[in-house]
Structure formats: C-alpha cells, structure tokens
Design a protein around this ligand. Sequence first.
Ligand code: MLT
Length: 323
Amino acid sequence: MKTPLRYAFVTLALAANVAGAQTYPTKPVTMVIPFAAGGPTDVVGRLLAQSMSKTLGQQVIVENTVGAGGTIAATRVARAAPDGYMVLLHHIGHSTAPSLYRKLPYDALNGFEMLGLVTDVPMTVVAKGNFQAKDFGEMVRYVKANKESINLANAGTGSASHLCGLLLQDAISTKVTTVPYKGTGPAMNDLLGGQVDLMCDQTTNTTSYIKSGKIKAYAVTTPKRLAVLPDLPTTREAGLPAFEVAVWHGMYAPKGTPGDVVTKLNGAMKVALKDPLVIERFAGLGTEPVAETRATPEVHRQFLTAEIAKWKSVIEKAGVQPE
Ligand code: MLT
C-alpha cells in the first residue's frame, strides 16, 4: 500500500530531528556571560567553555552580554532558539532577579532548561589599597564614622556583589553610596585605582590582588577560612555569623531545548568539572567544582526553586524595593 505523502514527510522530519540530536553540535555553541570580560563570572565561563569545546568537538564561544545585573543576558538566552547553540552561564543573581526586578522579560525557573550547577564561589570584603582600616572591626568603625563619603562598588542590581553589599550593610547597620559597574572586572580597576573604596566580590576576582597586597581584604563570607587565603578571617570570626554567602553558578539552555541536546551539554559540562586544568585553576581562585550529584538538571531545578524563595524573603526583609 502506497504510504501517503504526508506520512513520508512526518517520518523524514522525525528522522531529521533524531539525526540532529545525534550529530549535535554541528557548529560552534555560544556561551552567554552576563557580566563584563575579566570579571569572576567570565573567568568561570571561559574555563568551562575551553574544556567543553574539546568534549563537544565544536568551539564554545563566550559572549559577554552585560547590563541590568545579568538580566539582559538571561533575556537573550530565554528568547534564543531552543536548539542547543546558545547557553547561559549565570550565578546566584538568576535567583535574586525575580525579587529585584518588577517586570522580568522571562521566567527564571520555567523559561529555561537546567543544565546543572557548576561551582560555589566565596566572597571577600575588600577595599582599596590605602583604605584607613587594618582589620574588619576598624573597617566597620571607619565606615560608620564616614558613611556619607564611602563608595561601595557592585555589578548592578541583582549581581552577587550587590547582594553581598546588601548583606554587609545590613550586618553593620550602615548604608553607604553604591556605584554600579557592568561587572566587577571593571569595578576592580577602579578599586585598584582608588576611585572607589569598598567592594564585596568573589575570590575568583579578588584572590590575586589580595595576595599581591594591591587591595586590602577584611573577611571571607564562608564558615571556614580558605586554604588559598589562610590569613583572611571569616565573617563569623568577625562576629557576623549571619553574614555568610557563597555565589553558586549554573548553566541554562532555552526552554524546549531537546532532551538529547540537554544531556549532551550536561555531559560536556560534567567532563569540564573533572578537567584537571579546571580543578587546578578553580583551586587557585578559592573555589572547586560542585559534587557530581549537584551537576544534574534535576538537582539544579530543585536548588533554583529553593534559592528563588530564600532570597525573596531575605530581600523583602532587607526592605529592598524591586526596580
Ligand atoms: C557579580 O557581582 O555578580 C559578579 O561578580 C559580576 C562579574 O562577574 O563581573
């Protein structure tokens, strides 16, 4: 019996789809980074991209799409074709944006396929090299006495440095002027130049400058001191156990990306997290890849759901009004 022409087309289309997933990727993949080149998110993204390129057999090309605390980049990926050729590498800011922006052009949870968690990065409270305080207690006293003239840098509303700055100001009950940048890479340039006084930023950006003495460091926001910065006290040692935050990072694809493609991207990401070069570079920057059990789409979705709820209540308690 002759197969009707339309069944032949459907069969061909299905075969092409299956073949597509099996041969994916056949061209370079774009990894969108929501902050400026040279910053901590960029550092994590480029290390992953370099390793994933080897596993996927196609270049994973990093593109920095900056602005609005990472939400412009997230919008770009949410609207991209669900074909696996554009992914987003973002951090904790993806879970705070729903509480900090009234009208997000995307659904942070349901507008994306989760590709897995990547790493948790500690944050450090740092200052320009000639800041007038030798330790955390003296820094707090100086900031309280000079709050009108103190500038605190961040990477825009919803960035990790913005969130950490909120936690710091809440912990010391003092509000200062904040200066937003397109990333803490550019912000670090002004901290090094003395144009801005303080910043709360990830060790993936601050470690080398702390070690070289070019900036001052007062505390790290983890329960225990870091092997890479053994002389830096924790916020808990400074008497602020509630002021603890680690910047988790995850990877995303547009909603509707085929399951086979999600599996291939997640697989390449997990290989990168076991890459000796990635592990070594992460260690030198105060962080490490997440345990393999956390690098799954399912755990990523559960974790993001909980984080969105957690930061909603923290942000509301801090009295921060959404933009
Ligand atoms: C942040 O503060 O969210 C990031 O450190 C920004 C960046 O990666 O530049």
